[in-house]
Design a protein around this ligand. Structure first.
Ligand code: NAP
Length: 324
């Protein structure tokens, strides 16, 4: 059945895929952008199909009232993802945490039925992967958070659960919540405005980058992340749970990206990867459990090769990377 669904930060990398999927499924889609006069972002969104747009800022509680009014479901995806950490961590933490509460209060007052909240794998495992299995029961302690972004995501997800649990305990009305926990997101872009993970990936095509430090990360495809949001909006068993979205069970590295790309994209000179043998050994047995993604949300992860190749093709199409 067609629903009225609000997507916050609709112009973002992940959110655009969510919007596109919802429109294709015939839902009435509303989206927020930070600035309606930003014609690049607004036009990219309108190209996806019919969408009702509102202007809203995470730190402006009032701005969320109109977008939430009359919607059935809210997908709260907006949150700052700086490529470089700001000197003042509150520039990231405040919009993430206060923004979540502003959106949740507006959703509550508008009698929204369900909120799908976007968290991050950095709340589950942090940056230091140890040889062990991670699943939805794992939480990084805030005292161990390494970056303002990681702190912002841990505090925002904690605030989201507290908001819902407190009301449930007092038998007060509250929407249902399902949490989506994506690991490092890669895959095709739907506009030329690139988010933080796209910028990190694109560095390997910068012909001035000769050496690059190896990076290991649990990774997922942006199309699987979008599908997870859409499924969680309708699947009862997703409610009251964190749902970890990750493609392979193990970690991928920049070397893995390059092994795939070198076969398909000749003409680029890719950087040399500086690897850390000790680290490679440490993470050999690290596993991310994607059984909830598969069994509850019914998503079979997209093959990692397709994620990397489709992403690169889209970056060329949108002019984010150019052939040398
Ligand atoms: P993105 O492309 O940078 O999108 C972030 C969105 O949030 C943008 O629409 C941005 O608007 C909006 N936003 C930021 N600050 C705002 C503010 N103060 N008021 C209103 N809107 C604001 O990032 P993404 O990769 O799609 O990430 C989307 C969500 O997924 C985030 O919650 C992120 O933490 C989570 N996530 C991402 C990854 C990943 O690898 N990309 C992994 C795990 C979780 P502007 O365009 O105006 O800045």
């Amino acid at each position: 059945m067609s629903q009225k669904i609000l997507v916050t930060g609709a112009n973002g990398y992940i959110a655009m895929h969510v919007v596109s999927m919802l429109i294709k499924q015939g839902h009435h889609v509303r989206g927020t952008v930070r600035n309606l006069s930003d014609s690049d972002k607004v036009e990219s969104l309108k190209r996806l199909g019919p969408i009702e747009l509102y202007q809203a800022d995470l730190l402006d509680a009032e701005s969320w009232k109109k977008p939430c009014d009359g919607v059935d479901i809210v997908m709260h995806i907006a949150s700052p993802l700086p490529v470089v950490a700001p000197s003042d961590e509150n520039l990231v933490i405040r919009p993430a945490v206060e923004g979540t509460l502003n959106v949740f209060n507006a959703a509550l007052n508008a009698n929204v039925k369900r909120v799908v909240f976007t968290s991050s794998g950095l709340c589950v495992s942090g940056y230091d992967y140890k040889s062990r299995t991670f699943n939805e029961d794992d939480w990084v302690d805030i005292s161990e958070a390494k970056t303002p972004y990681q702190k912002s995501k841990i505090l925002a997800e904690r605030a989201a659960w507290n908001f819902v649990d407190e009301r449930k305990q007092k038998n007060e009305k509250c929407f249902e919540m399902a949490v989506i926990v994506p690991t490092f997101v890669l895959g095709p872009v739907l506009s030329a405005a690139s988010g933080s993970s796209v910028t990190k990936f694109s560095r390997i095509f910068d012909q001035n980058t000769r050496k690059i430090d190896e990076m290991y990360a649990a990774t997922c495809d942006v199309r699987d992340v979008a599908l997870a949001h859409v499924k969680a909006a309708f699947e009862e068993k997703a409610v009251g749970h964190r749902n970890l979205i990750t493609s392979g069970r193990n970690l991928f590295s920049i070397k893995n990206w390059l092994d795939i790309l070198k076969h398909e994209f000749s003409g680029y000179s890719f950087p040399e990867v500086v690897s850390d043998q000790e680290k490679a050994k440490e993470i050999q047995e690290t596993v991310f459990d994607n059984s909830r993604m598969k069994s509850i949300l019914g998503i079979e992860p997209i093959d990692f090769n397709s994620t990397i190749l489709d992403m690169t093709k889209s970056l060329i199409e949108y002019g984010i990377i150019t052939k040398p």
